[in-house]
Design a protein around this ligand. Structure first.
Ligand code: NAD
Ligand code: IPM
Ligand code: MN
Length: 375
């Protein structure tokens, strides 16, 4: 078997951690006897400065020709927040309709846990994040005394959306707005995936975290569709809770949580919280999954505060690589990578700096490679 991997390290620590994933995957390919053809994409802040555009014409088609996309991180302090995140990262998620964002977190040996509770309950959960809608639509703008009407448009695989918003403040004031969208098919398809995942994992319940109390027209709609989809899964108890309560319950006792289904924005926030509970963002992998090109990337960003120091933990990138192998059908290879990460951590020495050790990014990659066994 031969697979083409689109390789997009991006910015900051993305450029440091993703080569470690590449190194590990190349070794697994050797062990398992499949071929990986890497195709490098230079997009990110440097490309943007050099070319004056985030993505050149045709880039999405080029990326789409690959079997899988591996991404490091995007975002740079020299670029104001927005263009790289919206026009690169989010464009990829939307263009390829990667509606399912899986963000698993679990305990690993020898990882110091910053938990508020002394009892170290087992942490093993997946945040299932809707990945194309909610307040991530990119539908927004601002009002001033001159602007009263604006046209809004968004394109998704499921639909084209257009709206015209007219409004004014009295007294006149500057103001901004953002339009979130949730649609029945958009909610249904991700809820279905969450329930199926819960069955595969042998869960008895699924937690659904929204904020239907404060935004009933919006998240109440989400909850109602999820409830209706849940009728096809009578074996699962579906627990609806407000996301603020979830952020309270999860650190106190993560043991009841297995699959947490969230709309886009809350899923983003909850996955960072869960990563902290598991010991660090440098361990948190993710997959942006759709029917076309799927994209795997660490949950973390470009970490400008540590970029260039060699302190970045590459395990999230490496574990994202394992998820990519699973998606390609190379599940034995995926398991080898996960096992190698676990046995490296189990040794308890030369840990990543993030986890209290001294090993630099590249060393961690080498140590994981050294743990790779044949199946
Ligand atoms: P961040 O995830 O980059 O960093 C948050 C904190 O976690 C920082 O203290 C950082 O040092 C630490 N951290 C992150 N990854 C680490 C690793 N591998 N090893 C050790 N420590 C790690 O979040 P931020 O600071 O809010 O964002 C920085 C930039 O990244 C922004 O431009 C943001 O928009 C972007 N971002 C991109 C993605 C993505 O590409 N998927 C995700 C999040 C943020
Ligand atoms: C993530 C990031 C992105 C998100 C940002 C960079 C747009 O935080 O992948 O978790 O909010 O989805
Ligand atoms: Mn995030």
């Amino acid at each position: 078997m031969k697979y083409e991997i689109a390789y997009l390290p991006g910015d900051g620590v993305g450029l440091e951690v993703l080569p470690q994933a590449r190194k590990v995957l190349n070794r697994v390919a050797q062990i398992q006897g499949f071929d990986l053809k890497w195709r490098d994409f230079p997009f990110g802040a440097n490309y943007y400065f050099a070319k004056g555009e985030v993505l050149p014409p045709g880039a999405l088609d080029d990326l789409g020709a690959a079997d899988i996309l591996l991404l490091g991180a995007v975002g740079d302090p020299k670029v104001p927040p927005g263009p790289l995140e919206q026009e690169l990262l989010l464009v990829l998620r939307f263009h390829f309709d990667q509606y399912l964002n899986l963000r698993p977190v679990q305990n690993y040996p020898n990882v110091p846990l910053p938990r508020p509770l002394a009892a170290q309950e087992k942490l093993d959960l997946v945040v299932v994040r809707e990945n194309t809608e909610d307040f991530y639509m990119g539908l927004g703008g601002s009002f001033d005394s001159k602007t009263t009407s604006q046209k809004l448009a968004a394109k998704r695989k499921l639909y084209d959306f257009t709206a015209e918003i007219t409004g004014s403040f009295s007294p006149t004031t500057a103001g901004a707005f953002s339009l979130g969208l949730l649609t029945e098919p958009g909610i249904r398809r991700v809820a279905k995936k969450a329930f199926e995942l819960a069955r595969t994992r042998g869960e008895s319940q699924v937690q659904v975290a929204t904020k239907a109390n404060a935004l009933p027209q919006f998240y109440g709609f989400w909850d109602q569709i999820v409830k209706s989809e849940a009728t096809a899964y009578p074996d699962l108890k579906v627990v609806f809770l407000n996301v603020d309560n979830l952020c309270y319950q999860l650190p106190r006792d993560p043991s009841p949580f297995g699959v947490i289904l969230c709309p886009n924005l809350f899923g983003d926030i909850v996955s960072d919280l869960a990563a902290a509970l598991a010991g660090g963002l440098g361990l948190a992998a993710s997959g942006n999954i759709g029917d076309g090109l799927s994209m795997f990337e660490p949950v973390h960003g470009s970490a400008p505060d540590i970029a260039g120091t060699g302190k970045a933990n590459p395990l999230a990138a490496i574990l994202s690589g394992a998820m990519a192998l699973d998606r390609l059908g190379q599940t034995v290879g995926g398991q080898l990578v996960k096992d190698a990460v676990r046995s490296y951590l189990a040794k308890g020495h030369s840990l990543p700096i993030e986890l209290g050790g001294q090993a630099l990014t590249e060393t961690v990659g080498d140590l994981v490679v050294a743990e790779l066994k044949s199946a």
